[in-house]
Design a binder for this molecule. Structure first.
Ligand code: HMG
Length: 410
């Protein structure tokens, strides 16, 4: 009998402060339309040192477990995907495990490959459950990161921070993943990296966009081959149009548009359709508006969350369209610089709206405070936590005692 596995609950945590992207543009002497239209950004999350990767991950995980109404004793695996961990050895997952008082009888570890780290954790969890190895237990997968490029760099308006936690289990309420129907593509490239000891990422920005698109073409075509073999899609026409929506990794929102047009280009080439630039400009724009744009609302208000960006896009999509999408198949593309990537798919569950209502993103975003660019610049330079209190129930990094990181809960 087929085991149905996927995402049963999701929740998001973001820093309590953000800047308006137009304020940042004006402060940098840049035409605001470059950031709003050119990159597709609206707001950018600003994490102070008290809101580190651990506290964001723990907060998202706490909310996801509450939404799933799952007893902790049902968990057998905790994986945190992150590229902005807090220790060379002790994983973020270990802190989250302790802060949430999760059972001893669990596997607990981090996964890292730039923005793909969370997907690595998700795939492990899905396949662990689908194989039967989990013994009926569920998994908690958390994607948490703080994206930093530095003040006045080209990457600055694409910074962000946050965490997305997912409870993975059988008979999932939110998204049943097509297990075994995925395509991967990896190449050794230096598009984006962060040498040991550096807080800010190094990036070859325009090259990274090309690396993303090349990986997408490889992963999407590999997914398509598997999907056709398994009758997940049928042949002929523009294959991607058989997906009700596609969520992409979103380093900045315009990247998702570039990605979607590239997928359509692959489809047109594969179908050996003659290239009609004017027609495709019209069809591509309409297809982007329907298939992708609804997933970008939350991403535009948070910025890049590295490992969490694809899942913020998914959570945002389900928050706005879970009723309309129930029973329909969507595509997902995960990209991690360096690089590795995966295109996969799944069917939205009929009870997704219940889970959305239990952990709404709108509530999380509404609880934030807008700060000025000078305040953001001051926070970027801080190494010690601010005194501000976290949200009720929230976690917070308070400092280091004898080389041990300390956390409090409000
Ligand atoms: P830039 O060079 O400053 O910007 O940096 P630009 O000159 O390329 O302009 C950007 C867009 O704005 C262009 O649109 C301009 O035309 C437009 P496009 O041609 O791309 O469609 N523009 C305007 N539009 C309206 N009104 C105006 C105006 N002026 C210009 N007045 C860059 C852009 C993305 C390179 C930079 O922000 C950057 O380096 N970002 C970080 C790297 C990144 O996000 N890469 C994405 C792919 S790699 C990835 O996704 C992995 C990652 O998440 C990390 C991981 O895996 O861990 C980053």
């Amino acid at each position: 009998m087929k085991i149905r596995v996927g995402i049963d609950a999701m929740a998001v945590a973001v820093p309590r402060r953000y800047i308006d992207i137009e304020d940042l543009a004006r402060a940098r002497g840049v035409e605001p339309a470059k950031y709003t239209q050119g990159l597709g950004a609206r707001e950018m999350a600003v994490a102070e040192p008290g809101e580190d990767t651990v506290s964001l991950a723990a907060e998202a995980a706490r909310r996801a477990l509450a939404a799933a109404q799952l007893p902790n004793s049902q968990l057998g695996l905790l994986v945190v995907g992150t590229e902005t961990g807090v220790d060379h050895s002790k994983p973020v997952a270990s802190y989250v495990h302790g802060l949430l008082d999760l059972p001893r009888s669990m596997r607990v570890y981090d996964t890292q490959h730039a923005c793909y780290g969370g997907t690595a954790g998700l795939m492990t969890a899905l396949e662990w459950i689908a194989s039967g190895a989990s013994g009926g237990k569920s998994a908690l997968v958390v994607c948490a990161d703080i994206a930093r490029y530095g003040i006045a760099t080209a990457g600055e308006p694409t910074q962000g921070a946050g965490a997305v936690a997912m409870v993975i289990g059988r008979n999932p309420a939110m998204l049943e993943v097509d297990i075994g129907v995925s395509g991967t593509s990896s190449t050794h490239v230096h598009d984006f990296w962060r040498p040991l000891g550096m807080r800010e990422a190094q990036v070859d920005g325009h090259y990274s966009v090309q690396c993303y698109l090349d990986a997408l073409a490889g992963a999407y075509r590999a997914w398509k081959t598997r999907a056709l073999e398994r009758d997940v899609i049928h042949g002929g026409g523009i294959a991607s149009e058989q997906l009700a929506r596609i969520c992409y990794h979103v380093p900045f929102c315009k990247m998702a548009k570039k990605a979607h047009l590239h997928v359509r280009k692959c489809d047109l080439e594969d179908a050996q359709r003659p290239w009609d630039a004017a027609a495709e400009e019209k069809h591509g724009a309409a297809s982007f508006a329907e298939q992708v744009e609804p997933s970008l609302v939350a991403c535009a208000r948070v910025g890049n969350v590295y490992t969490g960006s694809l899942y913020l896009s998914l959570a945002g999509l389900l928050e706005s369209q879970s009723y309309a999408l129930a029973g329909r198949r969507i595509g997902l593309f995960s990209y991690g610089s360096g690089c590795t990537s995966e295109f996969f798919s799944g069917v939205v569950g009929p009870r997704a709206h219940e889970r959305v209502a239990a952990a709404p993103i709108a509530e999380v975003l509404a609880g934030r405070e807008r700060i000025t660019v000078p305040e953001y610049e001051r926070i970027m330079g801080l190494t010690a936590p601010l005194d501000a209190l976290p949200r009720p129930g929230g976690f917070r990094f308070t400092g280091v005692t004898e080389h041990r990181r300390q956390y409090s809960r409000a």
